[in-house]
Design a protein around this ligand. Structure first.
Ligand SMILES: [Zn+2]
Length: 322
């Protein structure tokens, strides 16, 4: 009798161990599932193609992908646009490219910013916008947007003819808006101290091309949004959405706007290597840190981080068709 009991308990023990291991595997799989699908984020504006990531671009991309963070690598001139495609092509999924000529690259200028949070310095050699060359880049499968394009009156070199530079910026911006329509791609817009002129260009563009713009979804994003509520609603009514980055983790300027803005009107970004969010302020920014931007929006809107991750990711996927 005793022997039978021992045999039974051995069998039972074996079964228990088996059930236990099975349960652990199930929990692990469940965790991976929850993590992968509830906390997916998209950094919609990353400059991994800039010299700051020359040595470790691929490790930086991988660090983000390991945490289920996708990204759009944004070009600012022909060379960095080409490079963004080169990186995107190395990955089957999750890494995409935007190509365009940024307004600061239209003149020879030394760009310098010595603020503690956002220090950078580079010399920009003027690039002549070549529509056909950019059109060719836009045909690559991984290119999901034309950007970054726009107006930047803050960085104009005072030694240059300011009116002439502004005129050139506006002209190149219009050409790239047309390129986007003809390539069936959304736009990523940069704007600094030029919102009035930008809105006027967008209004007339929208009027001219209204039959070609998508009606049921946005056709572009104003990245690194720095305006007020009134301006945000002007962009919304033009069919655009706005994007926030690390700035909102150390400035309360946009808290009210973030609280009030509809959930379908925003996406998130890092603009790395610049504008590093708290708690990494002062260090080089990278796509992994986009989680702190999502977290701050969740705090301000008093919503669960999962909800912010879900809506910002859906908004980005909808805008960029990824
Ligand atoms: Zn940028």
């Amino acid at each position: 009798m005793n022997l039978i009991l021992i045999k039974l308990s051995k069998k039972f023990k074996f079964k228990l161990t088996f059930i236990f291991i099975y349960l652990i595997i199930l929990i692990r799989l469940f965790n991976i599932f929850i993590f992968k699908f509830n906390f997916m984020l998209i950094d919609t504006h990353a400059h991994i193609n800039f010299k700051d990531f020359k040595i470790d671009a691929e490790e930086t991309i991988q660090r983000a992908l390991d945490k289920n963070i996708w990204m759009i690598i944004v070009g600012s001139e022909y060379k960095t646009s080409q490079r963004s495609i080169k990186y995107a092509n190395k990955y089957e999924k999750g890494i995409y490219s935007a190509i365009g000529l940024h307004p600061v690259h239209l003149e020879d200028i030394k760009i310098e910013n010595k603020s503690k949070d956002n220090s950078y310095s580079f010399y920009s050699r003027a690039e002549e916008f070549n529509y056909d060359l950019y059109k060719k880049l836009a045909t690559f499968e991984k290119v999901v947007a034309i950007g970054e394009i726009g107006l930047d009156y803050f960085h104009i070199d005072s030694k240059n003819d300011i009116l002439k530079v502004k005129k050139k910026q506006q002209d190149v911006f219009r050409q790239q808006l047309e390129l986007a329509i003809k390539s069936n791609l959304p736009v990523i817009i940069h704007c600094r101290e030029a919102h009035e002129d930008l809105i006027n260009i967008l209004k007339s563009f929208k009027k001219e091309y209204k039959n070609f713009l998508p009606k049921d979804k946005p056709w572009g994003v104003v990245h690194c949004f720095s305006g007020d509520e009134d301006l945000a609603w002007q962009y919304f009514s033009l069919g655009l959405i706005i994007s926030f980055n690390g700035l909102i983790t150390f400035s309360k300027t946009w808290d009210d706007l973030i609280r009030k803005m509809p959930l379908e009107k925003f996406i998130i970004e890092t603009d790395c290597p610049y504008l590093t969010p708290e708690p990494y302020r002062g260090k080089r920014n990278e796509p992994l840190f986009v989680q702190y931007v999502a977290n701050r929006i969740a705090e301000i809107k008093k919503l669960d981080i999962k909800k912010i991750a879900e809506v910002s990711t859906n908004n980005a996927r909808n805008l960029f068709n990824v």
